[in-house]
Design a protein around this ligand. Structure first.
Ligand code: CA2
Length: 148
């Protein structure tokens, strides 16, 4: 069966490429999805790409990943720094999660240096801009043993 990966993006990431390019780069979320689909096709895996500005919807999508996706790449946006609910959802689903950020959250404001996702993720990639997404696909596939 083809390995399926969920790439989940949180609040405000739908605005990528339209504002603050000095922080998040010029690439739009649609460009990033295209990058991920190209990478996935080259590796022979399926990628489902999604974005929501709503915490509960992100939690619903994490729950729905059980039995559907072999791994998850999560850029939880600002919920990274606030959401015990997302942390609990990840703990409960038994699907490995790679935490991803465009920016290097450790080199930014102090409040961004705390992640509620990190303790329940298998690892974190941050600071590489849009290029972090294909890196995260390699990372999650390596973790689940599907590395090509
Ligand atoms: O670096 C990342 O990927 C972040 O997850 C992005 C979040 C931020 O709150 C995290 O601390 C780090 C913010 C995404 C907001 O994206 C925008 C894009 C264009 C214009 C405004 C916001």
């Amino acid at each position: 069966m083809t390995c399926s990966i969920l790439i989940l993006n949180g609040p405000n990431l739908n605005l990528l490429g339209t504002r603050q390019p000095e922080v998040y780069g010029p690439t739009t979320l649609a460009d990033i999805e295209a990058l991920c689909q190209t990478k996935a096709a080259a590796l022979g895996v399926d990628v489902t790409f999604a974005q929501s500005n709503h915490e509960g919807e992100l939690i619903d999508m994490l729950h729905a990943a059980r039995g559907t996706h072999a791994g998850i790449i999560l850029n939880a946006g600002a919920y990274t720094h606030t959401s015990v609910a997302l942390m609990d959802a990840i703990s409960s689903i038994m699907v490995p999660v790679v935490e991803l950020h465009l920016s290097n959250i450790h080199a930014r404001e102090v409040f961004r240096q705390t992640s509620y996702i990190a303790p329940v993720a298998v690892g974190q990639i941050c600071g590489f801009g849009a290029a972090g997404y294909p890196l995260a696909i390699d990372a999650i596939l390596s973790y689940i043993g599907e590395a090509k």
